[in-house]
Ligand binder design. Sequence first.
Ligand code: EPU
Length: 606
Amino acid sequence: MRIEYDKDLTDLTTFKVPAKAAIYAEYDSEKDLLALTRTPEFIDNEFLHIGAGSNLLFISPFKGIVLHSAIKGIKTYRKDDDTVFVIAGAGEKWTDLVDFCLENDIAGLENMAGIPGEVGASAVQNVGAYGAEAADFIHSVECFDVETRKTVLLYSEQCRFGYRDSIFKNEAKGKLIVMRVSYRLRKGTEARNLTYRPLKEFADSLQRTPTIRELAEEVVRLRDSKLPDPSLIGSAGSFFKNPEVNEYFFQEEIRTRGIEMPVYPAGKEGFVKLSGAWLIDHSGLKGSSIGGAEVWPGQPLVIANTGGATGSQVAELADHVVKTVKLKYGIELEPEVNYIDTDIKVTVLGSGTSKGVPEIGCTCPTCMSTDPKDKRLRASVLMETHGLRILIDASPDLRQQALRLGLSRLDAILLTHQHYDHVGGIDDVRPFCIHRDLPIFANPQTAHDLRKRLDYCFREHPYPGVPRLDLHEVECRPFKINGLEVIPIEVMHGKLPIYGYRIGDFAYVTDAKTLDEKEKEKLLGLEVLILNCLRLNQPHFAHLILPEAIALIEELKPRRCYLTHTNHQLGRYAEVSKLLPPGVEFAYDGEVITIKHQPHIHIHHE
Ligand code: EPU
């Protein structure tokens, strides 16, 4: 095991943009990995497992521990008449595995010749090209479970492979580490998969079935003609996925506008797959650049680092591509590349109580104030981290809030509870459901209420065009959204138990009146707390008022605290702000709060 600190990772990623990690560790066996997971470096920090770094974009340095597998070895282990099983260590290069197969007359992987990356990533990412994907051949995956510290074997069907997707990118992210992958392949030298049109044409030109070696060479030639040469120009292969959109959207927004474009069957029912390259090309983006980052003319799904690009420039260009395509076709491209960004950005979308400020018909000084900070929509925040955009609560003002912010993508919604001012905007999430059913997380009571309130969304055959929701009931223990850990905190809203949420060093607690001691413990050591505070001094049965909120803040000691869910009786922002102790502020609509993640580094004495 080798542990290094403040490690430069630029040359360990294919993008070649500046990249760093607070801690870096490499292991070469299961025993070594087990020992590593017992070190304080591992226990106290978030981890990120990398392969050849061919799918990562560093926006900020990674402030936890980066792991890399050096588990090697490729061998065949079971044969019958025409099947061969090949098992390879996660740290082997994918191209070495393909070469091994070609040398030993083992067929199957030849369509995927030339894909950069390592064997571990072939399972995580379900890599694919030219009519084949790793999942077609993966028999099983040997993993290390970091929670139980045991080895587990997942058979192919347990890996939930999808298009560039698997369980390792979702539920098992941050839990299972791939150690070895076993592939079920075929003995022989005949290349049989000619489904990709240019390969069929190649076979036709030979007037016979190509050998696996010939096919692999043709694939590499095709790749070279389209993709930048990885030894000269940094990239992550395709930057975007080919978008899948639901058939209703496709019919209503594309077909009815008379736009002709390539359409392919999607992996999931009710969806079609479109060509990302076509969309980018027809949006006139080929060759667009920001700094050293360029939309690659040979294959516009690729963003290349033609020299000296930074992660932020690549991200800015990607954003420009997404916005331009969205404007022209209404389709939102989704990056296939993982953004490494451990900082958390929180945007306050609304900071008012259930009636908002001003209240309808009220002429009090706060409601009449012209200060924008006294205009409070119903409470909700947007949280952005690790490339994910998560909304906490869907207020009845969601439409206005999303338009104001230019919000066009959401990865999930966390609901605190079922009161109308926190869920009333759910029907407005329809634009976020074009590409997938939108995941929503809530406690069982809220989920139950939502199914009743929005029964039209949960019928077996819903009216086309209703929001497509993927509702998850969560118990009060940590769960993950795309690998991001979310800790629910149970707080009492009067007599109603509801949730607050903690993510890293940030927590959002609204509509609280009281908390149990053990729930308070979950809120210690915060960088930022957003907490509800209804008004200055008239007590309320279900909400904290200012003196109560301050007493709680003194107990929890967050470094910074922002008060939200306030009503007009609070008074004007400019005046009441003077009453607050240092480190405490009233939140206001549109406020952006940034939380920098701090690594926990231990000095080793060997
Ligand atoms: N097209 C354009 N303009 C262009 C290039 C292509 O309109 O400039 C159109 C083509 O006419 C075609 C379509 O786009 O209809 C598809 O092009 P291509 O065959 O190159 O495939 P792709 O869908 O763009 C995918 C994978 C690649 C893989 C190729 C070949 C994804 C995100 N990308 O690209 O994988 O090599 O197919 O199988 O699925 C990677 O994942 O990193 C990667 C490079």
